[in-house]
Design a protein around this ligand. Structure first.
Ligand SMILES: Cc1cc2nc3c(=O)[nH]c(=O)nc-3n(C[C@H](O)[C@H](O)[C@H](O)COP(=O)(O)OP(=O)(O)OC[C@H]3O[C@@H](n4cnc5c(N)ncnc54)[C@H](O)[C@@H]3O)c2cc1C
Length: 361
């Protein structure tokens, strides 16, 4: 997708400048007219004839912003270190308004030795692997707590707070799998049959020993696996309805297993427990700049800031409904860019007006 967009820009002789860090917006008292940036230690001033579009993604690599805006403590991240909240620092001095929207917490793991730029550990989302057959996720009580094959269930359940005990009952949590899963399926970058590094997992020949090693009640874990294995025989997960969402069956199921692509018993040792770590939202941190229907950044006075637009994850996720929607972030980023471009070119989209008239609002 990005390759197609880059080609589209190059075909239209639109110059692309890489390795440029935008440091400040420049205004003339009435509108934003450009930016101050740096490249390889050199300062650049770039004039904007029509407007500046902030599209620097979100803030999840900025621990302080993740804590104060997202209420997320001790989260790791899958995204590159540069996703650190530049849109908030840039738009703040010109009065850009911020909306705080609840963030989604993902689950992930780090394969020892895997790094991204500058030696930053590469964290991987666990989502595609948790709903595979021969795999479950349990909390410290040794119990399953969600449909592991559907992110909108398990991620929500991970964040639940028990008000009585003031704890997260479902975090910490572990992916529990057996040797069949290791023989048949990948886990992150680890291919089927490839040994799992010891630093990633705990393993044991029996479930009892595994439970002991991770500090979970052995009888509870044994009971959980026995019940889950029973569901695998009938093909119906009576507790969490795993395998009933087509998304889960396609994204983290084994189509060769029918009638339920997400079910398969845990019965052949050795057994593995992988501690799952909280990850911020994969670049989809939800708080951000408030925009109007033309993607102009709004000020705190509810007036658009002339010459300043926002697209993609820099824009507050006020359009996502109750929870993150899969695949929506790229779609909304593309739409924002289109709307901002139309407005900056003096041909604002009238799609919203059309919809209002059509619906009689
Ligand atoms: C593993 C993974 C899988 C995903 N899968 C999907 C999917 O299937 N479908 C989907 O829709 N979305 C998916 N997403 C999310 C999607 O990739 C992001 O939401 C999307 O790329 C965000 O686009 P963006 O333009 O807002 O920001 P980005 O694509 O992150 O681009 C922001 C850019 O701004 C740069 N930048 C930051 N600060 C500055 C500054 N001060 N000056 C200049 N540049 C700066 C950054 O370096 C970065 O290059 C996935 C994300 C991850 C991590």
């Amino acid at each position: 997708m990005v390759g197609y967009l880059v080609k589209g820009a190059l075909d239209r002789e639109i110059p692309l400048h890489t390795n440029v860090n935008v440091e400040e917006l420049i205004g003339d008292g009435e509108r934003v007219i450009g930016v101050r940036a740096t490249r390889d230690g050199e300062t650049l001033y770039i004039k904007a004839n029509r407007g500046v579009v902030l599209a620097v993604s979100s803030y999840e690599r900025n621990a302080s912003y993740a804590k104060t805006l997202g209420h997320q403590l001790k989260v790791e991240s899958m995204v590159m270190p540069s996703i650190n909240g530049a849109h908030l620092r840039l738009a703040g001095p010109v009065g850009g308004r911020v909306a705080r929207v609840p963030d989604v917490t993902l689950l992930g793991f780090h394969v020892p030795g895997e790094e991204q730029e500058n030696g930053v550990p590469l964290w991987r989302g666990a989502l595609p692997f948790l709903g595979l057959p021969h795999t479950i996720v349990v909390n410290r009580a040794g119990k399953r707590f969600a449909n592991e094959g559907f992110y909108r269930y398990i991620y929500y359940a991970t964040d639940i707070i028990d008000g009585n005990t003031q704890t997260h009952p479902n975090y910490p949590c572990w992916a529990i799998l057996d040797q069949q899963a290791r023989d048949k399926y990948p886990f992150g970058s680890l291919m089927p049959g490839q040994p799992m590094p010891e630093a990633l997992r705990v393993s044991a020949d029996s479930l009892e020993q595994l439970a002991e090693k991770i500090g979970v009640d052995a009888a509870a874990l044994g009971g959980t696996v026995e019940r889950f294995n029973g569901f695998c025989e009938t093909g119906v997960d009576e507790d969490f309805h795993r395998g009933t969402h087509p998304w889960g069956a396609l994204m983290c199921g084994d189509q060769s297993r029918q009638p339920n692509a997400n079910l398969g018993p845990l019965e052949r040792g050795p057994f593995y427990a992988i501690p799952l770590h909280r990850l911020a939202g994969g670049g989809i941190a939800a708080s951000g700049l408030v925009a109007d229907q033309h993607c102009q950044v709004m000020g705190w006075n509810d007036e658009p800031i002339a010459g300043l637009y926002v697209a993609g994850n820099s824009q507050a996720c006020l359009d996502n409904g109750a929870f993150m929607q899969s695949g929506i972030t790229n779609a909304r980023g593309l739409t924002h860019g289109y709307l901002a471009g139309r407005n900056a070119a003096g041909k604002p989209s009238d799609l919203l007006q059309q919809a209002i008239q059509r619906l009689g609002l």
